[in-house]
Design a protein around this ligand. Structure first.
Ligand SMILES: Cc1ncc(COP(=O)(O)O)c(C=O)c1O
Length: 339
């Protein structure tokens, strides 16, 4: 099988890094303090296998009970646990296309098949997405989607889930940047699950922490599949402090959304087609000019963005929202190549 290849993480050289949708702002100082305390006091013991302190705090923030939450070593771990639990050899996983490339790797690792349902041109999804067939065991829906940043409304997702008789996981890795989310749907339908990450909105991609929200019976089942100590003491301490500091999250979110909107406007003025993003990145395509050379020129000038080429769909640049200065640098370079 082909391995999943994550975005480049250059370990040397001074890059402006706008290629893997990290947060340009650091995490809350309270996170650093909690990590330092855990490093001094908690490393000789195994961590809490269920992440109880995190679940209690997250439950208050989300308006659910702690037994509705499963902690993961990044949300990729959550996606792995759910795929392992539901999709066996010879069975099928459904995902929209183009979307997060990791999903198909997870199916392959299970010896399972995957079925890609193409988005419509406006990034809506039609009823093919909710058609049931015997071997279909799990459906993934990233919302907001990557690379497009577009969203499907919760009522449409609820209607899809009603048609399906297998679980539907709404991957809300970018959910904190959108105006709505699907947590309420989890309360209404035991087959709907929502995954979240602290990598993007909380500025903690380096820590590795994500979680799942699902009904308690589902969480109980999934606990059987996860590694006992899938989250270490450092990440549990940092994640608990992070979810506790909602003021920090909201202030960074506001800055990122403001920069995103100005980036989209300026990129459109340069001639890019830019979808309406509800995430912390923008998806830029061009009809009459290849964009790969622009990616290469940016890289040469030490600005990393993500060039994506989806077979049967097309290519584009996915540019993460940085600070205003980083966005300015990237857009000024693009302007200089195109003039
Ligand atoms: C749609 C989507 N889901 C999940 C993830 C995984 O996030 P993490 O494992 O850092 O929590 C990503 C990361 O880029 C993503 O784009």
């Amino acid at each position: 099988m082909q391995p999943y290849v994550p975005g480049e993480q250059p370990q040397g050289g001074k890059f402006i890094k706008l290629n893997t949708n990290e947060n340009p702002y650091p995490p809350s100082p309270k996170v650093i303090a909690a990590i330092q305390e855990a490093a001094v006091a908690r490393l000789e013991r195994y961590p809490d296998p269920l992440g109880t302190a995190f679940r209690i705090r997250a439950a208050e923030v989300l308006g659910v009970e702690p037994d509705w939450i499963l902690c993961g070593n990044g949300s990729d771990d959550i996606l792995t646990i759910v795929t392992r639990a539901f999709v066996g050899s010879g069975e099928k996983l459904r995902l929209p296309y183009p979307s997060y490339i990791l999903y198909r790797t997870l199916a392959q690792l299970q010896g399972a098949a995957w079925e890609e349902v193409h988005f419509n041109a406006d990034f809506s999804l039609d009823t093919a997405f909710s058609e049931m067939h015997e071997r279909l065991k799990l459906v993934f829906l990233p919302n907001p989607n990557s690379p497009s940043g577009t969203v499907i409304a919760p009522e449409v997702i609820a209607a899809f889930a009603d048609q399906l008789d297998c679980p539907l996981l709404v991957d809300e890795a970018y959910g904190d940047f959108a105006e709505f989310n699907c947590i309420e749907l989890v309360k209404q339908n035991p087959r709907i699950m929502v995954s979240r990450t602290l990598s993007k909105s909380y500025g903690l991609a380096g820590l590795r922490f994500g979680f799942l929200v699902a009904q308690p019976e589902m969480i109980q089942m999934l606990r059987k599949v996860k590694d006992s100590y899938n989250c270490d003491a450092i990440s549990l301490a940092g994640a608990t402090a992070a979810i506790d500091d909602q003021a920090w999250l909201l202030s960074n979110r506001a800055k990122i959304i403001a920069t995103r909107e100005s980036m989209a406007e300026r990129l459109r003025a340069l001639g890019f087609e830019v979808t309406d993003s509800h995430a912390n990145f923008v998806w830029c395509t061009m009809r009459d000019r290849p964009v790969q050379p622009l990616y290469e020129s940016l890289k040469r000038d030490k600005v990393l963005v993500r060039y994506m080429n989806y077979a049967g769909w097309g290519d584009g640049l996915r540019i993460s929202v940085g600070t205003d200065d980083q966005a300015d640098a990237c857009i000024e370079l693009l302007k200089s190549y195109m003039s």
